[in-house]
Design a protein around this ligand. Structure first.
Ligand SMILES: [Zn+2]
Length: 188
């Protein structure tokens, strides 16, 4: 995973997004339970059940943050045109104007059903874009170190797995990439 370069416009929003590395999380198991239903639906390859689990998940999450619900579209396969530019964003996208998250169930190349880990982390990632606009009010949404840390917090909460502190390595143009070896060595 790679962060975006700092933008020319709205530097303040970018720096805020970079700075906020924690996310308030529900005290209940609601997201965990919904994520389990999502996992069964994915394993059974039932798109209607995947859709309803995604809707439940996002409704519960939006309710917790007291923001407008995002729309969600679960697609069988990756559309030809995707809205996010980044190449690592292979499984979903988010449109700020319509506040619609799209996620797709199958990988583009091998047409296999996406693993539950990848699918749920995509859903959390796209929801964090929604949070950036509606909850944090950054005015935009970037892939900053803070963004990835917040998305990881939501994902691990939903999976009931321990959150690790992400370790970053500087790249050119003010970008960062995750050092997975050192991140995975981190105990929560
Ligand atoms: Zn993204």
């Amino acid at each position: 995973m790679l962060t975006d370069s700092p933008p020319r416009k709205n530097r303040a929003g970018f720096l805020e997004s970079e700075r906020i590395k924690t996310l308030e999380l529900p005290q209940t198991d609601e997201l965990l339970e919904t994520a389990k239903r999502l996992e069964s639906a994915l394993r059974a390859d039932k798109i209607r059940d995947v859709r309803s689990a995604c809707t439940e998940f996002l409704t519960a999450a939006s309710g917790f943050y007291k923001i407008r619900n995002s729309g969600v579209r679960v697609l069988a396969a990756r559309p030809l045109r995707t809205r996010e530019q980044a190449t690592f964003e292979l499984f979903g996208d988010y449109a700020p104007d319509s506040m619609v998250i799209r996620v797709w169930m199958r990988t583009a190349v091998r047409k296999e059903v996406t693993s539950v880990g990848t699918f749920l982390s995509t859903l959390c990632h796209e929801f964090c874009h929604h949070l950036d606009f509606t909850h944090f009010g950054f005015g935009d949404s970037w892939h900053t170190c803070g963004f990835y840390q917040r998305a990881a917090a939501l994902y691990h909460h939903a999976r009931g797995t321990p959150l690790k502190r992400l370790v970053w390595v500087p790249m050119s143009n003010g970008r960062w990439r995750i050092d997975w070896v050192r991140t995975n060595r981190n105990t929560p």
